[in-house]
Design a protein around this ligand. Structure first.
Ligand code: P1T
Length: 375
């Protein structure tokens, strides 16, 4: 019988070291490998191409996404870029109109000039998935960054024809959502976030069940060279062993914070898929195990004062670590999106994004309550 998620997270790729019996396999901090004679070696020749620590981490990642293959990259953006290299001039991409700002920047500032066409649509409404003859890729972020829109992966997969469906699963993590089971061809991650879980590394990954796609990713990994270091692979692999525990706590705390904010008289709008009032709540309930720790809200008072004076929510970019963070999308994570496009997307100066950590929820609510009483 196939082991369950929590068991796989701890055991896949973590078998004791055959040489010494070390329960935690060693970190292979090496760039190169001795060869007996040219081309005769133990399966490794250079760490950009292959490294045992990276391989073990990739095995664990694939298992958790319910995929056959995983390829690790040096950042989430590098994983996004690896997917984009599958495209050719003249290809068309449908992309969620609410994504991490760096994804938009990469598509618009780097790949557009190679003759790739991008349409940004609200993928939370299936009616907006309109394929053109040259549509090769559909890029979906769910929940999206920063407005927490929920896209119906199964519904989009049923409309994708020959296009590849890519889901950026960063905000959910594989514990809450396994996009391959709903028909996604490729899942990408910023491992910097929930996978690593401790805000101490930058990493990315792509998973797939398609051998040909995996071979292309393996090639890009080596040929382009955006690989994570063995130490970062070790840290990310160590992080995912507690993913289930952390995601349960993040989701419980996220729900408490979202409910608190929804009741607060100074907050005009809350974006959290765990609230029954969220337009994507029913779809989220069907495809996710819980609703994660990402909560956004609109506050029409002194936003700068509010976000700069919290006790436990540190003002910083990024998300998904055990500690709570607060971010101002318009001027921080999404500042690379031009003002008119930010406006079209509904990302205003009054929007605040929280990455709710795993501290005691009462302390987080006390912090929010106190700062909201001052600003
Ligand atoms: O930062 P990096 O590891 O390169 O990951 C990029 C990325 C990809 N996808 C999503 C959904 C993301 O949120 C990110 C990075 N996001 C932030 C740094 C942020 O604070 O939103």
């Amino acid at each position: 019988m196939k082991a369950r998620f929590e068991t796989q997270a701890i055991h896949v790729g973590s078998e004791p070291d055959p040489l010494t019996g070390a329960v935690i396999p060693p970190i292979h901090l090496t760039s190169t490998y001795a060869q007996e004679s040219p081309g005769v070696h133990k399966g490794y020749d250079y760490s950009r191409a292959d490294n045992p620590t990276r391989e073990k981490y990739e095995q664990a990642l694939a298992a958790l996404e319910g995929a056959k293959y995983a390829t690790a990259f040096s950042s989430g953006v590098a994983a996004t870029s690896a997917v984009a290299t599958l495209l050719s001039p003249g290809d068309h991409v449908i992309c969620s109109d609410d994504t991490y700002g760096g994804t938009y920047r990469l598509f618009e500032k780097v790949y557009k000039k190679y003759g790739i066409e991008f349409s940004y649509v609200d993928t939370s409404n299936l009616k907006n998935i309109k394929l053109k003859k040259n549509t090769k890729l559909i890029w979906v972020e769910t929940p999206s960054n920063p407005l927490m829109k929920i896209s119906d992966i199964k519904g989009i997969a049923s409309k994708k024809e020959d296009a590849l469906l890519v889901v950026d699963n960063t905000f959910s993590s594989p514990y809450l959502l396994q996009p391959h089971t709903f028909g996604a061809d490729i899942v990408i991650h910023s491992a910097t976030k929930y996978l690593g879980g401790h805000s101490d590394l930058i990493g990315g990954a792509a998973t797939t069940n398609d051998k040909k796609l995996f071979e292309e990713f393996k090639f890009i990994q080596k040929a382009v060279g955006a690989v994570p270091s063995p130490l970062d692979c070790y840290l990310a692999h160590r992080g995912i062993k507690t993913l289930a525990l952390r995601m349960k706590a993040h989701s419980e705390n996220g729900q408490r914070v979202a409910e608190f904010l929804a009741e607060h008289p100074k907050i005009t709008k809350v974006f959290y898929p765990g609230l029954p009032s969220h337009p994507g709540h029913e779809i989220a309930k069907k495809q996710m195990r819980a609703f994660s720790g990402m909560v956004s809200f609109e506050f029409n008072g002194n936003v700068k004062g509010l976000i700069s004076n919290m006790k436990y929510f540190t003002l910083a970019e990024s998300l998904g670590g055990i500690e709570s963070l607060v971010n101002h999308p318009a001027s921080m994570t999404h500042a690379s999106i031009p003002p008119a496009e930010l406006k079209r997307r509904g990302i205003g100066h009054n929007l605040v994004r929280l990455s709710v950590g795993v501290e005691h929820p009462d302390d987080l609510l006390d912090d929010l309550s106190s700062v909201l009483s001052k600003y």
